[in-house]
Design a protein around this ligand. Structure first.
Ligand SMILES: Cc1ncc(COP(=O)(O)O)c(C=O)c1O
Length: 405
């Protein structure tokens, strides 16, 4: 560690001692002896590796193993506290949470950390934010207040003893936040429990607030699901269902049974891109709307937007430095799934003064900043019509995005 401090000092970089960094937390014990196996930190390249890996960990929850092996120079499966302090020196204490610094200052100076210990320390050192932690606490309180939601195992509150636990699980999942069901909703749940009359407006959920469903889709679905003899071919079907619903259900059943001796109806496995006849319907729609050729082989149907977004992001995010640009404000599935996939989020703010449209200069600025910072921008998410903003982008705004691409 001493060597690193001297080396970085020579390069002109300001490296505060961990002791100084801890001044705001607790009095630091006598200075630790420099570790004997600290060769790992003896070059600028090593410091650069630590910084990069640290940033990756901050963004994705990945890279603990790389940090560990960079610190564990003699490869004995343990790192000293002084080596962890060296890491703090390199990355800067501002990014490290106080409780993790406190641990370094108060632990016995000869204590060593295993990979699992470092993982625990890293999580403590870089936990996303207090809001996430307090919402976990709120969630726990809310579950405890509602035993009907499912009882919790007593062990969950005790020291983790299982191989799969909060330290060994996907840290990306731990960091993922899906605010649509977040803190405000949990508070609202608690208020409702306490007898307050709450109208939930956090998700576009019209049925939950009393809007009746569109009957046509339900009629078609019901008729498509039913065997023909008790559905579309039933003698009294015309008394119960309008003729356009019956006709559409027949088309759907024919599409489902295409190339088969007998229609399997719903419930059978289909082509993994979706039923070919339905994909051809999508092709017709695109060709009419956009005026250019489309191909059923290029269409992938999904059960809702979330699974399609997940598929696309899974395919796009190939490394820790792959980024996706998303509008701010956004519907939070995008940030959540980027975090889960271990990618980076690059926000571009919408222009409120201009009806929440896209500001091309901001878009370009954010793209250039991300690229200069070593990120590879793989995609840009365009939410149109906007959620939560509700704007419909003008043709010019959409063209601005096309220019950037
Ligand atoms: C912009 C946006 N993306 C994704 C979703 C999620 O869609 P789904 O419920 O179909 O999975 C929504 C839902 O409201 C949304 O508004």
């Amino acid at each position: 560690m001493l060597f690193l401090g001297q080396m970085l000092g020579r390069t002109g970089r300001s490296v505060p001692r961990v002791g100084q960094l801890l001044a705001r937390t607790a009095a630091r014990p006598a200075s630790r002896a420099a570790p004997t196996n600290n060769r790992a930190l003896s070059t600028r390249a090593d410091a650069a590796l630590l910084t990069t890996t640290w940033k990756t960990y901050l963004a994705t929850g990945r890279g603990c193993e790389v940090l560990f092996s960079a610190l564990d120079a003699n490869n004995d499966g343990r790192v000293s506290l002084a080596e962890v302090e060296s890491l703090v020196e390199v990355v800067g204490a501002n990014d490290v949470r106080v409780e993790a610094l406190e641990f370094l200052s108060t632990a016995a100076s000869d204590q060593e950390l295993t990979l699992d210990d470092l993982r625990t320390w890293l999580f403590k050192a870089t936990r996303e934010d207090d809001a996430a932690c307090s919402s976990n606490a709120d969630l726990r309180t809310s579950y405890e207040a509602r035993p009907d939601l499912g009882s919790r195992s007593k062990q969950e509150t005790e020291q983790a003893t299982h191989a799969w636990n909060k330290h060994t699980m996907s840290q990306a999942l731990r960091r993922m936040q899906y605010a649509v069901r977040g803190e405000v909703v949990m508070k609202a749940d608690a208020m409702q429990e306490a007898g307050r009359d709450i109208t939930f407006t956090n998700v576009g959920n019209p049925h939950a607030v009393g809007q009746p469903p569109l009957t046509f889709f339900r009629q078609v679905l019901a008729l498509t699901d039913l065997p023909a003899e008790v559905g579309v071919d039933h003698p009294k079907a015309g008394e119960l269902f309008p003729s356009d619903a019956i006709e559409r259900a027949r088309e759907m059943q024919a599409g489902l049974g295409e190339n088969l001796l007998q229609s399997p109806g719903t419930g059978a496995y289909t082509n993994s891109q979706g039923v070919a006849a339905f994909r051809r319907d999508v092709v017709d729609f695109i060709e009419k709307r956009d005026g250019h050729a489309a191909h059923a082989g290029d269409i992938f149907l999904s059960d809702g937007a979330s699974s399609a977004i997940s598929n696309v992001l899974t395919a796009l995010i190939a490394s820790d430095s792959d980024a996706v640009m998303i509008p701010i404000p956004q519907y939070p599935i995008y940030s959540a799934l980027i975090a889960l996939g271990g990618g980076r989020q690059v926000g571009y703010e919408l222009d409120e003064a201009n009806g929440w449209s896209i500001d091309e200069s901001k878009l370009v600025r954010q793209y250039e900043k991300a690229t200069a910072g070593g990120l590879r921008v793989r995609a840009l998410a365009l939410i149109n019509p906007g959620n939560p903003t509700g704007q419909v982008l003008s043709a010019d705004a959409v063209l601005a995005v096309q220019t950037c691409a």
